[in-house]
Design a protein around this ligand. Structure first.
Ligand SMILES: NC(=O)c1ccc[n+]([C@@H]2O[C@H](COP(=O)([O-])OP(=O)(O)OC[C@H]3O[C@@H](n4cnc5c(N)ncnc54)[C@H](OP(=O)(O)O)[C@@H]3O)[C@@H](O)[C@H]2O)c1
Length: 271
């Protein structure tokens, strides 16, 4: 069975529209990129469409060298007309920590600045990483999290690690296992989970044999196979367990939350 995230998306969208109507100015999101590859270009196009759909001002800045990226991030951080800054990933020739250190944490709508990630550890974040937040929102919408065994496949700073931290928070209190490429007997671990979050970026990694009939499976993966976008979870899994679709699942909620973060920043800046 597929999990329908459309009602959650509409709820987030309606809340954004309501909050936007109380602002005096239109919030602005700027995406900064450097040597974008075809998938980054395609992602930025869809981000631009989403920003328009939500009624936000949107701009893409393509740097011509790596030091221009850092200079632009510092300037945008100071610019009072800009509320959110999105940095495409990965940025060639640049260390991720250095990139985020040149960005104001208050405009770090992706929640990847060391300050925001540190606050996440205290359970007091202003911006959480959007994809991890999207997974939490979907889970809260479909099930009770407290006491559940959650297995996360993937330990990146963008998804796996922040998600584990968010699920461990006392008001959620899941029991979390984080798996990676050195994990032994992955199938055995996932079969015993109540909730599986697949965030490995490997098409077809999660198969029918790795889930049980009561499993809730959140598919974070985005992979291109034969020109089609697919997740990390094989289609057959939805025959026995509840699974979020790809596309139209986690990605849809992540985009909405990114826009929500821009509005949150605008509210803080008294827009
Ligand atoms: N839907 C959305 O909005 C959204 C947002 C962001 C990312 N994504 C997608 O989510 C996926 C993960 O993104 P990411 O940035 O977290 O990727 P990443 O930085 O490449 O991390 C992938 C993680 O998965 C683990 N992994 C890879 N293959 C594995 C395997 N066969 N078994 C167990 N673990 C395995 C890796 O383990 P090691 O640490 O041992 O290498 C690593 O921890 C990608 O497909 C990405 O496109 C989707």
């Amino acid at each position: 069975m597929l999990i329908d995230v459309k009602p959650l998306y509409s709820e987030i969208k309606n809340s954004i529209m309501d909050r936007m109507s109380k602002l005096k100015k239109v919030p602005k999101l700027v995406a900064v990129t450097y040597k974008p590859d075809p998938s980054t270009i395609s992602y930025l196009k869809s981000q631009e469409k989403a920003a328009k759909r939500f009624g936000l001002d949107y701009e893409i800045f393509e740097a011509s060298n790596s030091s221009e990226v850092l200079e632009k991030l510092r300037n945008l951080s100071e610019d009072k007309s800009v509320n959110g800054i999105f940095v495409t990933h990965p940025l060639p020739e640049l260390d991720e920590m250095l990139v985020f250190e040149n960005l104001s944490p208050e405009k770090d709508i992706e929640g990847r600045h060391p300050y925001n990630l540190g606050m996440l550890m205290y359970g007091n974040e202003f911006f959480a990483p959007c994809t991890a937040e999207a997974v939490v929102k979907i889970l809260e919408n479909v099930t009770e999290i407290t006491g559940k065994n959650v297995v996360i496949i993937g330990r990146s700073t963008t998804v796996g690690k922040p998600l584990a931290t968010m699920l461990l928070r006392r008001d959620r209190s899941a029991t979390v296992t984080v798996c990676h490429t050195k994990t032994k007997n992955l199938a055995e671990i996932t079969r015993n989970a109540d909730i599986i979050v697949a965030a490995a970026g490997k098409a077809g990694l999660v198969t029918k044999e790795m889930v049980n009939a009561d499993s809730i499976v959140i598919d974070v993966g985005i992979n291109v196979v034969d020109g089609k976008i697919v997740g990390d979870v094989k289609e057959e899994v939805s025959e026995i367990a509840k699974v979020t679709p790809v596309p139209g699942g986690v990605g849809r909620i992540t985009t909405a939350l990114l826009m929500e973060h821009v509005v949150k920043s605008a509210e803080k800046m008294n827009f």
